[in-house]
Design a binder for this molecule. Sequence first.
Ligand code: PLP
Length: 406
Amino acid sequence: MTLKLPIYMDHNATTPIDSRVLEAMMPDLTDKFGNAASRSHSFGHAAEAAVEESREKVAKLIGAEAKAIVFTSGATEGDNLAIKGVAEMYADKGNHIITSMTEHKAVIDSCKKLQHHGCDVTWIKPDQFGRVSPDDVANAITDKTILISIMAANNEVGTINPIAEIGAIARKHNVLFHCDATQAVGKVPIDVDAMSIDLLSLSAHKFYGPKGVGALYVRRRGPRVRLTSQMDGGGHERGMRSGTLNVPGIVGLGAAAELASAEMTCEASRLTALRDRLQSGIMDKLDHVKLNGHPTERLAGTVNLSFAYVEGESMMMKMKNIAVSSGSACTSASLEPSHVLASMDVPDELAHNSIRFSLGRSTTEEEVDYAAEKVVTAVNELRQLSPLYEMAQEGVDISKMDWNNK
Ligand SMILES: *Cc1c(COP(=O)(O)O)cnc(C)c1O
């Protein structure tokens, strides 16, 4: 089989729609066009039935009851609704929020806005692998704490947080727990009850569903979570999120959830093997390469590597037919190094020289081998031109980095 270029290795940014998902959506994009809120005719009933079926499928994927699922436009909206909705609703109870420095911008900027309006925010610093310690969360709780928001898995480095432990701490202290599980859902098992999660954001386009649709899980009992809506109007979704439902999108999300429920285990082991093959294909052939993220507690498809003595941008130029993310994965437009890598104490120059490979459902062994070879060639060529690399070869110790040498 010949290799088809370019190769897509940026699945943490978005995934293609699975053809089975598209197929499931087609009727709702064409004949079944009704408004799910139209109670007076069969067009509306058909749309509503499709939405409710999807609600069941999404709920099943995270061990929730269907009624607790609120459909949104994606995880950015889910994060905003959870954090701002809790802060407003529980303002009488307190004004303190605990989150981490490795969160997605949707969480960070929601918290920053609340901070601006008088909330007190504790930003937990992760360990060198990007993991949030449950003890740090416990120690940050005060009698004013109303919300803990910690992500399940990080989008840039793939590190998986000890969510069940953090959830148990939140529950013990009677503090609501929101989890941005956008990168974890469909990839690792999530169970809102076992993990004591009260609010959970997810997004269809991160697990082979369409863009512009997602869900927020909002616990209905033990405790019952209340939220101040951020979008007002027709009172859809139990009044928490007004707006005509995106029926085809929701059906796509449901189909993607159903596929993930069935295929997650198999897919994760296949991707772990491919990820390790890519990682060793690069690290066995090059020195001064650092793995960013946890060595084992990490998403199956994610490898984030820093290449010393090589400009990230120059490297990207040499690997034009491999789609990856560089340096500041989520703010590629800016020159700021990634806030995630910075919080893990990765020095600026290495953060700038980092590349995130994220593999997915369509990734093949051939693609992995091709990418590894391209990377090794690019790094070797660029290092030939680097005086700093030459010095390093001559044994000049220019930094005290903890190199992950082979
Ligand atoms: C992609 C992503 C988001 C944003 O999701 P959208 O649906 O694109 O708004 C939020 N959090 C994490 C961890 C993500 O990876």
